[in-house]
Design a protein around this ligand. Sequence first.
Ligand code: SF4
Ligand code: SF4
Length: 172
Amino acid sequence: MLLINQNELLAEGNHVIRTAIEKCIQCGTCSASCPLSQYMDYTPRQIVTLVREGLIHEALKTKTIWLCSTCYLCAVRCPAKINIGEFMTVLKRFTLKNGYSDNLLYPKLMRTYVEYVDKYGRISEPRLMIKFSLKINPFKLLKMLPLSMKLLRDGVLSFSLERVQNLHEVKA
Ligand code: SF4
Ligand code: SF4
């Protein structure tokens, strides 16, 4: 198991990580408020606990940090004024920068998504899924083929992908 020192993480996002470690009272308001917590493997409160206890690699391996959509609902309700959305972003950035995400599915999906947004300012779901599947398991495409063909025929999905005007504004 990889041992990651808390100081390494603090170097990535000192203020937000330190505030969470020092001020979280483990009330669980963030977990109860999070619209995505039912899909997470650890609740936001538990992620803070893992980091506080120095189990940083465990926290970096979770689905939770990638599912967080940084909606900040937890942040506005946290009685200790901890910005959990930002906390999750620091964990994601740290994971990507240090190559801890190489075998994880969610970062790969996120990278593929960002590649499209970077280039076009938007995504096309079929193109995204094809590119993503080719990266992880091309055989999955065969399974998805019948449903995809139906959705394309019915006009629910489309391959067309035009670059948005003023792409620089999306990047900003
Ligand atoms: S709401 Fe704030 S204080 Fe409560 S568990 Fe979440 S981060 Fe900690
Ligand atoms: S910022 Fe992330 S953890 Fe907080 S409520 Fe939104 S999705 Fe959940």
